[in-house]
Design a protein around this ligand. Structure first.
Ligand SMILES: N[C@@H](CCC(=O)N[C@@H](CS)C(=O)NCC(=O)O)C(=O)O
Length: 331
């Protein structure tokens, strides 16, 4: 009996989602319809961004090829049904982890890939310097988002009588600000930076107000009911974050093959097997980093200070550098 339990606990059961992905030879990844830096397709239809790289890392870990991903663009309203129906294996789309979503939408959040908060983008010419000055203002917002709910809470709590102007599409919402239909546009601060720096006719005509009115922990989610797949998504994100902490980069990870450090050996697959219990091989974490770099590299390339989106690392620094990014140990 004891032997049977030992055997079954060390024998990985791959799980139905992983089986389906392997059969298909492709990962189906739900992303936004186009938020520069997070998930956006270029003129040739090639997707890039932080949320996109999470899926490429997954495909590299699981299918040995970061290109074996089909991206489904989903607006805020569509995203949860796409996950529930099986249209996507993973939702990697600036989605905030909340109690309601976690407990009632048939989904499980795997990890946090970007700690965000909600803010306001306003035209400089209206000379508003604080969100508290938005009394009676029309504020553009996208439907099906936490942004819509937080806006109404913020207005009520501060007696501002804000008039929400609601749009189903992202593009329609921010274009309405540029067209002067609203005095402000509200969304996750990361999305505001993306809109200001990539979409505004002249970024210098717009300013992001200093207040953040909510916590928006953004991260990938999977369908509820497949714990094996949840574990793979969770640990792939942790591996990207752990790689940064260990100093493993896309460029130097190959040179670690001779490392005698057991932590590095476990990570890259030259030591104790850390893949088997996830239903994967020994090199899954190595391949994730090799494909897209560690978390810090992913952040800087897509949304960091040198990227067009120009976001500061802020809360998304590693825990030992003053941030909140903290991956449990791979052992
Ligand atoms: N994090 C919030 C907001 C997410 C969201 O959908 N934000 C908008 C504005 S930045 C967006 O990404 N739209 C892109 C789209 O619909 O494709 C949530 O999970 O509800």
């Amino acid at each position: 009996m004891a032997l049977a339990i030992t055997l079954s606990s060390s024998n990985a059961f791959a799980g139905k989602t992983l089986d389906a992905i392997r059969q298909r030879g492709q990962l189906q990844c739900g992303v936004s319809t186009g938020v520069a830096g997070f998930s956006a397709a270029d003129a040739k239809g090639r997707w890039s961004g932080l949320d996109v790289d999470v899926c490429r890392a997954m495909a590299s870990a699981v299918l040995n090829d970061p290109e074996k991903v089909v991206f489904s663009p989903l607006n805020a309203q569509q995203r949860f049904a796409a996950l529930q129906s099986g249209q996507v294996d993973i939702l990697s789309r600036n989605t905030s982890w909340t109690l309601t979503r976690d407990a009632s939408l048939g989904m499980s959040f795997a990890a946090i890939t970007y700690f965000d908060g909600q803010g306001f983008l306003v035209p400089k010419k209206i000379k508003v310097t604080s969100a508290k000055q938005l009394k009676n203002a029309q504020v553009c917002v996208q439907s099906g988002t936490t942004s819509e709910k937080n806006l109404s809470d913020f207005s009520r709590a501060n007696k501002l009588a804000i008039k929400p102007v609601v749009f189903d599409s992202f593009e329609a919402a921010f274009k309405a600000l540029f067209a002067g239909r609203c005095q402000a546009y509200t969304a996750d601060a990361s999305g505001l930076a993306s809109v200001r720096n990539k979409e505004a006719p002249n970024p210098n005509d717009y300013v992001i107000l200093p207040e953040l009115i909510s916590k928006e922990p953004l991260g990938p989610a999977v369908r509820r009911g497949d714990d094996e797949w949840l574990a793979i998504v969770k640990w792939t994100v942790f591996a990207l974050q752990e790689a940064e902490e260990l100093g493993l980069t896309q460029a130097n990870i190959d040179a670690q093959k001779t490392s005698q450090d057991p932590t590095i050996q476990r990570f890259i697959g030259t030591g104790e097997d850390m893949g088997k219990l996830l239903g994967l091989d020994k090199q899954w974490a190595y391949r994730a980093v090799k494909a897209v770099g560690n978390y810090g590299e992913i952040f800087e390339r897509n949304v960091g200070a040198q990227s067009p989106v120009k976001l500061p690392r802020g809360l998304n620094r590693l825990w030992n550098q003053g941030g909140l990014i903290y991956a449990p140990p791979i052992r």
